[in-house]
Design a protein around this ligand. Structure first.
Ligand SMILES: [Zn+2]
Length: 123
């Protein structure tokens, strides 16, 4: 099934906010050692992905919100399904946060760029 042509899919797949074609990150998420490497400009429309120095500092707070949401979800599932010993909660929460950290990092930066990057879509 082809991906629908909407904003959610563009954000999820890390596409440029302006042209929706160029990749924001240089490598796919599966290349774990280079997951954070970003293109400085869009390879398709040359939009700047770092509008100003320190632009992505704010994305840290979005990433924090994602991490809290992941931890709450893991805790809730454990509590409702297994209700294990306390140390299992600790281990599962930390493991969940680490496991989803690359996704959280990328998604928070992409969202920050979409919200505050000033790159309106050309139609
Ligand atoms: Zn672009």
């Amino acid at each position: 099934m082809p991906a629908a042509n909407n904003t959610f899919n563009h954000i999820w797949s890390g596409k440029c906010p302006r042209c929706r074609q160029g990749d924001i990150f240089q490598y796919p998420l599966t290349k774990v050692t280079h997951f954070a490497v970003m293109n400085t400009r869009c390879p398709v429309c040359a939009a700047a992905f770092t509008p100003e120095p320190g632009f992505y500092f704010g994305a840290l707070f979005v990433s924090y919100a994602f991490t809290v949401a992941i931890m709450v979800a893991v805790w809730l599932i454990l509590y409702l399904v297994f209700n294990p010993a306390d140390w299992v909660y600790g281990l599962a929460l930390v493991s969940g946060a680490i496991l989803f950290s690359t996704i959280s990092f990328r998604l928070s930066r992409v969202l920050w760029l979409y919200w505050f990057g000033g790159l309106q879509r050309k139609s």
